[in-house]
Design a binder for this molecule. Structure first.
Ligand code: SF4
Length: 348
């Protein structure tokens, strides 16, 4: 029913028929189409807002996935500060849906593995949080000869895999799988006297990169000590009524964080109100051009995906793919230059 349309060239007769039928003045098909699109969009947002993790966040409960991310975010959660910004959940939704479907099949393929177990991650200095690891390979079912050691596998969806291959997992991702392993050790599912392997399996939700990319580590208690110190820093800020460290770059915050306005609203490093109409017009046009360039880049990437592997002629354009071999370039030093930065003033 929702299959991708690989081919959308319609026969001329059908196009003429649809043009005639669709020209009815009684129903505004554009409005109907917009209503349908928004119904899907709202369904995605509502479905995302009713997941267990989302409810946990709405109840201001810190989860394992908050550890190692941003201390100020964790502090605001602990203070039960209401979110100041609404974020679109579409990408997370597709990741969750795809992750659940993959897990359903893994359950069949690996009946001994454990999925979404209800565990508790205890912090060495006291307290802790609930933990629900995607996959535990228990000590009792590990198959080292096949590469399946006892440990934790966490599935992560990505829009593409090139970036993660280049930069590797974040501190938050390393903390998360270690916390899950600690919780599974406490539950007697993993045996700390033998090697425990923890890691993330990143899959490309666009379907372009068909082989997921995984990063594995050997479990070490040292990471649990790091997590404990991280949480103690947040607790210190809470008890002393101070701010905690803002660990994410401002640009990231304004794009993704639900606390951007509450946390970064007063941030600015520029002074002086610009009032000259020429300057204001130039800035507005510059921002417009930048957005058009970004839009053109997004479209170019999307059309390139559609044309992947396609060769032939449309009559107007010839399409072919050629392999460009790697070229070693000599290291060089780029000259310094003045960079223009124009960013939107955040609205409180
Ligand atoms: S806005 Fe940025 S710095 Fe502030 S809580 Fe969110 S992620 Fe952390």
């Amino acid at each position: 029913m929702f299959d991708d349309m690989a081919e959308n060239e319609l026969p001329a007769g059908l196009v003429a028929l649809m043009d005639t039928v669709d020209s009815t003045p009684e129903i505004d098909l554009k409005r109907v189409g917009e209503a349908a699109a928004m119904a899907f969009h709202d369904a995605i947002q509502n479905a995302s807002n009713s997941t267990d993790r989302s409810k946990q966040q709405q109840d201001f409960m810190l989860g394992v996935s908050n550890l190692g991310h941003c201390k100020q975010y964790a502090l605001l959660m602990m203070r039960q500060t209401p979110f100041s910004d609404v974020r679109d959940k579409t990408a997370a939704f597709f990741g969750t849906v795809a992750g659940a479907a993959i897990e359903a099949q893994l359950k069949i393929d690996h009946p001994g593995w454990l999925f979404q177990q209800d565990l508790f991650f205890p912090l060495p200095s006291g307290g802790g949080t609930d933990a629900h690891p995607d996959i535990i390979i228990p000590f009792s079912v590990q198959e080292p000869e096949k590469g399946f050691y006892q440990g934790i596998l966490d599935g992560k969806s990505k829009a593409e895999l090139e970036t993660i291959k280049k930069v590797g997992p974040t501190q938050q991702q390393i903390y998360q799988v270690h916390a899950y392993a600690k919780a599974a050790i406490e539950a007697g599912l993993l045996n700390p006297d033998h090697p425990i392997v923890v890691g993330d399996v990143f899959f490309d939700r666009s379907g372009k990169d068909v082989i997921p990319y995984s990063v594995m580590h050997l479990y070490t208690e040292d990471v649990i000590t790091f997590i404990d110190e991280w949480v103690n820093d947040v607790k210190y800020a809470l008890v002393h009524n101070e701010d905690a460290s803002r660990d994410m770059p401002r640009e990231w915050c304004w794009s993704y964080c639900e606390y951007a306005t509450a946390c970064r609203g007063g941030d600015t490093d520029v002074e002086g109100l610009l009032e000259s109409p020429d300057i204001i017009a130039a800035v507005d046009l510059w921002a417009e051009v930048k957005e058009l360039k970004a839009e053109a880049k997004r479209k170019e990437a999307a059309y390139k995906r559609t044309l992947d592997g396609v060769t032939g002629s449309t009559g107007t354009y010839n399409i072919r793919w050629t392999e460009v071999g790697p070229v070693e370039t000599k290291a060089s030093i780029r000259s310094g230059y003045r960079k223009l930065q124009i960013t939107k003033v955040p609205r409180k």
